[in-house]
Design a protein. Sequence first.
Length: 357
Amino acid sequence: MKKTAAVLAAAMALTISVYASPQTEFAKGQWEINAGMWNTKAKTRTYKDNGAWNFNGGVTYGLNDKAAAQFQYYGLNSDDTDGRSHELNLLYSVHPQVALYTGYNHITMSDFPTGVFGAEKRENDIAQIGIIARQPINEVLDLYAKGALGSKNTSIWEAGVNFALDENIDLNAGYRYLNTEGSRDKNVSYQGWLAGVSYRFGGGSDRKAAYSGDDIDYSALDNKGNKKEADTVTITPAEEETAVPENDYYFISIHFGNDSDTPRADQTANLDAFVKAAKETGHTFKLVGRTDSNGSKEYNDDLAIRRVKKVADYAVAHGVDLSHLVGMYKGEEAPVDTNDTEAGRANNRRVDIFEHK
């Protein structure tokens, strides 16, 4: 069993990046630099211009674990017109996958035909407020969406995908739409496909540090979790007596696919609820890995441990104190549901989480 724990500890060096661009979480002292290209078309009610490629880029700096300062630049050149957008924003994480922001956006538009706006050049100073949201698809792929509303009848919308090359480098691609006032009765829109790369460095590295054998409590692995929560899943305190009285309450379960150690895509809300409670309460949480009865006992024990590891990975990467997590496993033993039906087996592929109060 000690060998199994050692292998598990070594495997935990492969953690997931939670700071994927666009960022919805931050770490004090961490920088993110992003750069890319945007193919921008310009359009008004009476004028339309073909697209041209523009540079876009920016930098984000983590002020603390909740907030960050950001500068962003977007070129607004179309085939015949010129323009640019400079943004200064303050971002605040309200959820591991959601951040709000507010800031200032200076937009310059020029070289439009005189009849379009009554002048060849227009500048807008805009106060804006927006939201950024991400939805993980798997360990390396996210969907994202951004939206903002501002003065001067301004709105900005963007959606796309983000692919993590490693914990610090992402590739992203999407579609961006910006609409702002061109004259008192006429707006201008800029829209088109964009793609880029993001690189993070600095303060966030400590938070994503690899596990070591001394970091997490594996003692429960030796008795395979034979404590209060081992036999049943209940929403009330377990009744079994132990040498050291405990008050372990069932909190939530994270479900997995067949023969998989990656939480199902629909389990993100459960993972985030666990993270939120762990960070807010500071309590110890016990993670009990389970499997169905397919496969050998030895294989299922290893699969259960890997499932516990993935849940712990997610929690620690999102800011949970590693010392507050205890890993246990039951494998195929003492199933919570029947293994005679597919529905029962699916229900047994899980990590049960208990809160120690």
